[in-house]
Every structure is written in structure tokens, then in C-alpha cells.
Write a protein that binds this ligand. Structure first.
Ligand SMILES: Cc1cc2nc3c(=O)[nH]c(=O)nc-3n(C[C@H](O)[C@H](O)[C@H](O)COP(=O)(O)O)c2cc1C
Ligand code: SF4
Ligand code: SF4
Length: 249
């Protein structure tokens, strides 16, 4: 079973592409996360977890959901993590997660996709995004072929800072930056409710026609990037920045 979590579509794109090759329909984790549904899942085929990288690890919401969910059937788990450039030591933590569940870590693929973190950095323009995705395709397809053949994924090359980034910086980053306190809607908001609908954690509710953020945010960038009026901002960081959604999902 292919499980995916995706804020702006990159990991969904990878999941769907892998799904077409291995012959499976990927399953979004969003509904389960919104409903805090940790009921058991069952799969005869290997588990494939597709997710973005947040601060050089898989998102904590994904890690915690997998940890709390009984995965029945296959004991093999593959990870396909999309990123803007670097996954750090994420495979170490994915392996640890498998060990804690008594499952077999079959490898992690690093798929470089367009950067989506507009609350901190900038997203590429449409042409550059297209170029990055085209470059990512062979890696996604090779990963899918290895999964289909039941082979391990090759180890990912790491920088000397990988351990530090995924451990120390990740911890500091979650403590200081993964918050929704700076989100607000401008007067451009037309009360369409899309932000409420697309939040994978159910963290947004409309009050008097305007979104209110509830304090349970993983900064996936879905609300800010999908608002049709670009009415959502994150403090002063996102002002004037291009919004990004994977063009192929
Ligand atoms: C909160 C946050 C943290 C991120 N941290 C990293 C990072 O540590 N390394 C990296 O290469 N990309 C990082 N990114 C970029 C995303 O991993 C990348 O754009 C990913 O493909 C987005 O996937 P999605 O469209 O499925 O949400 C971060 C993005 C966000 C929103
Ligand atoms: S998606 Fe944008 S326009 Fe629609 S309710 Fe949310 S902030 Fe307002
Ligand atoms: S509030 Fe916005 S950024 Fe936070 S989890 Fe929901 S959609 Fe993602």
C-alpha cells in the first residue's frame, strides 16, 4: 500500500507516479490525520510512505501516525521523501521507525522537487519548477521499479552535516518555527472555505467568513499556496512571494 502525505502536491505526484508503475492506487493520509484515525491498515504488498522532508526528517505528523497505526500484512517498508535539496539523515529515523514496529526498512529515496516553503524561502517560477520535476522523474521511476521488483533502495549520499541537521537543527526548528501564529487572511479573502477544506490536519475553521488557525499546524503550505485569491500571508515572510502547487497533480 502506498501512503502519502503532501502539502503542495510534490509527494502526491511521486506517490501517483509510483502507483502507476507498481499498479496500486495511493492512499492519502490526510483524512486519517484530520480524523485522528489510527485504525489498523492491511497490505499484502510492501508499504510505501511518500512524504515531504521537513527540517531534514519526514514530518513528525507522518512519523507519529505511522508509529501509532498497526500495519498488518507485509513487513516491508519503503520511504520516498521529496525535498527541496537535502534529506540529511532522514533515512536513519525512517529505519528507527521501522525497527520500533518490528518491520523491515527497505530503503529511502531522496527525490528533489520544487521548494515549497514560502513561509521561509521562495518557490521556483513555473518554468524552473517544470525543469526540476522533469529531472526528478527518472529517480521516481527507478525507485518504483526497485519497489516492484522487491529490491532494496540504494543508500542516499549524505553531507558531513547530515547528522547535525536532522537531529539538533530539526529539534530547534520544530520548537521555534513550526507554528501557525503568523498566518492571517487579508481583505482579498472571499470566504470560499478552500483553506479549511485543504488543511490536512483540519487546523482551519472559518469564523465570520475568515480563516482562523487552531494551533495544530505542520506548516505544510497547503492553505497559503492553494488560496485562490492569495489572501493568506505568513507574517511578512510570504508577502509578494510566488505560491507553489505541483503542476502535475
Ligand atoms: C516546513 C518545511 C520544512 C522543509 N524542510 C526542508 C528540508 O529540511 N530540506 C529540504 O530539502 N526541503 C525542505 N522543505 C521543502 C519540501 O520538503 C519540498 O518542497 C517538498 O517536495 C514538498 O512536498 P509536498 O509538495 O508534497 O508538500 C521544507 C518544506 C517545508 C514546508
Ligand atoms: S482560501 Fe483564501 S479566499 Fe478562500 S476562505 Fe481561505 S483565505 Fe479566504
Ligand atoms: S494550517 Fe495551513 S500550513 Fe498548517 S497544516 Fe493546515 S494547511 Fe498546512
Amino acid at each position: 500500500m502506498i501512503l502519502f502525505f503532501s502539502g503542495t502536491g510534490n509527494s502526491e505526484y511521486a506517490a501517483r507516479r509510483i502507483g502507476r508503475i507498481v499498479g496500486e492506487e495511493p492512499v492519502s493520509l490526510a483524512k486519517r490525520l484530520r480524523e485522528a484515525d489510527c485504525s489498523p491498515l492491511e497490505s499484502e504488498t510492501p508499504w510505501v510512505v511518500c512524504a515531504p522532508i521537513y527540517a531534514w526528517q519526514m514530518p513528525r505528523v507522518v512519523r507519529d501516525h505511522i508509529a501509532s497505526t498497526e500495519l498488518r500484512g507485509s513487513r516491508d517498508v519503503y520511504f520516498v521523501l521529496t525535498c527541496g535539496g537535502d534529506t540529511g539523515n532522514a533515512d536513519k529515523y525512517a529505519r528507527k521507525l521501522c525497527r520500533s514496529k518490528g518491520m523491515n526498512f527497505r530503503g529511502m529515496a531522496r527525490i528533489v522537487m520544487p521548494e515549497n516553503y514560502i513561509a521561509m524561502f521562495g518557490a521556483p517560477d513555473a518554468e524552473e519548477a517544470r525543469r526540476i520535476i522533469e529531472k526528478a522523474v527518472p529517480g521516481i521511476d527507478e525507485t518504483a521499479a526497485l519497489i516492484k521488483e522487491g529490491r532494496d533502495l540504494p543508500p542516499v549520499k549524505k553531507s558531513p552535516l547530515a547528522g547535525f541537521l536532522s537531529a539538533v537543527v530539526n529539534k530547534g526548528f520544530y520548537a521555534s518555527a513550526i507554528k501557525d501564529d503568523k498566518f492571517f487572511a487579508t481583505d482579498a479573502c472571499v470566504s470560499c472555505g478552500l483553506c479549511e477544506e485543504v488543511c490536512p490536519l483540519g487546523n482551519i475553521t472559518l469564523k465570520d467568513g475568515r480563516p482562523v488557525w487552531g494551533g495544530n499546524c505542520t506548516q505544510c503550505m497547503s492553505c497559503i499556496c492553494r488560496c485562490p485569491k492569495e489572501a493568506i500571508e505568513f507574517g511578512t515572510k510570504s508577502a509578494g512571494k510566488r505560491r507553489y502547487i505541483c503542476p502535475d497533480v
